[in-house]
Design a protein around this ligand. Structure first.
Ligand code: OAD
Length: 366
């Protein structure tokens, strides 16, 4: 952790570069200093409002909820030695975390907006959910320090494994094996004890160029990522938007702490910048079904319109029922029975993560 800094200055000391140690002070600094080289450092806390639990929050974090996965200790799910012995817990977790089922949060859209403004120097993320990419931040601006689900390979012969096969296996909670040597296949996520991608080390020098640093949603307790904020030059403001104070941030004169919920902190920052509406619009672009949403927002139907809709719906349903042949009905009934049996089995043995991922309890497979 970057705690060596915590003895330098107390977090209420007068700023040196900023006018005030507040988001308003930072907004003024950005405008007056024509800030163009923002570096962001983020972790799981920026994705919790999307429905993905973080790792270390007591009670709600992934590590506090892995008991059902039969692990010797929670971190074992990301340890290569344990994975070799038993890859199933990792794939149960991967099934839930796999990109494509969550919408980016407003914090991800802030990163996109900073990019749109031509101010993003680099975005360092520990997250493997790919939500920054989904929010529209280009890949060449992102350093995925702990890897991602984007690619995968055999842990023995390093042979890459096809994306579509991987997608199929993960969605079926199956463990994929190498087509060449039958070794275990693992997404290119950095497990404990593995080296970080070269991209991380090749871009670390950019910290010295930054004219603003924003840290969001991370406990800053996994190295070497946790040391990144220390690479920011003294005199360059560092903003922490997080539930709790971490990594010695707040110890420099121009550190600003925005403690509390990430989304609220992000909106507060956008408000101070005069970006509030723009940010909401950028976020709306990540809405997977804007049409459905527009319909939700549409004025309510009149009584007659509602009645007509209901009649149309019922007529359609009756027509459809009449069109079903007996054979088809039997087939559907058989399928339903099998599916119910599978659901019951899933509930009993299950991925065991329904209490962490509430949607699992509603729709066990996808
Ligand atoms: P952690 O779970 O360690 O920390 C998340 C931080 O975000 C904590 O400080 C929370 O208080 C804060 N937080 C959670 N929800 C928040 C919210 N809605 N608003 C504001 N703050 C919130 O997650 P990371 O720091 O990302 O490694 O963990 C680092 C690495 O440890 C991960 O990349 C992972 C794990 O082992 C791998 O996946 C390989």
């Amino acid at each position: 952790m970057g705690n060596e800094e915590s003895t330098m200055v107390d977090d209420k000391a007068a700023p040196s570069v900023l006018e005030a140690r507040s988001v308003e002070g930072v907004a003024k600094y950005i405008k007056e200093h024509n800030v163009k080289k923002v570096v962001l450092m983020v972790g799981a806390g920026i994705s919790t409002s999307a429905g993905i639990p973080d790792f270390r929050s007591p009670d709600t974090g992934i590590y506090a909820n892995l008991a059902a996965l039969d692990l010797p200790y929670p971190e074992a799910v990301f340890e290569i030695g344990f994975f070799r012995e038993n890859p199933k817990p990792f794939y149960a977790l991967a099934h839930e975390l796999y990109p494509g089922r969550y919408r980016p949060t407003i914090a991800h859209s802030l990163i996109k907006l900073i990019y749109d403004k031509g101010m993003l120097l680099k975005h360092f993320t520990q997250n493997i959910d790919c939500l920054e990419r989904q929010a529209g931040v280009p890949g060449n601006k992102i350093v995925e320090a702990h890897g991602s689900f984007a690619t995968q390979r055999c842990i023995d012969c390093r042979e890459p494994f096809p994306d579509d096969e991987m997608h199929k296996m993960v969605s079926e909670s199956e463990v994929p094996h190498c087509v060449k040597c039958n070794g275990l296949v693992k997404p290119d996520i950095v497990f404990f004890g593995e080296a970080l991608p070269s991209d991380f080390f090749e871009n670390r020098h950019l910290l010295e160029e930054a004219d603003l640093c924003i840290v969001m949603g991370t406990s800053l307790c996994v190295q070497p990522f946790a040391s990144l904020p220390q690479g920011i030059r003294p005199g360059v403001p560092r903003v922490l938007i997080n539930m709790e104070r971490v990594g010695g941030l707040g110890s420099r004169k121009d550190d600003v702490l925005v403690l509390g919920d990430c989304d609220a902190g992000v909106r507060k920052f956008a408000e101070a910048m005069g970006w509030a509406e723009e940010l909401e619009a950028v976020w709306e672009e990540t809405n997977p079904d804007p049409k459905a949403r527009a319909e939700e927002d549409a004025p309510p139907l009149t009584r007659d319109e509602r009645l007509q809709e209901e009649v149309d719906r019922l007529t359609e349903e009756i027509d459809r029922s009449l069109a079903l042949t007996d054979a088809y009905q039997n087939k559907v009934r058989d399928k339903l029975e099998i599916h119910e049996g599978e659901e019951e089995a899933h509930r009993q043995s299950g991925s065991g993560l329904a209490h962490v991922f509430p949607h699992l309890a509603r729709k066990p497979s996808h």
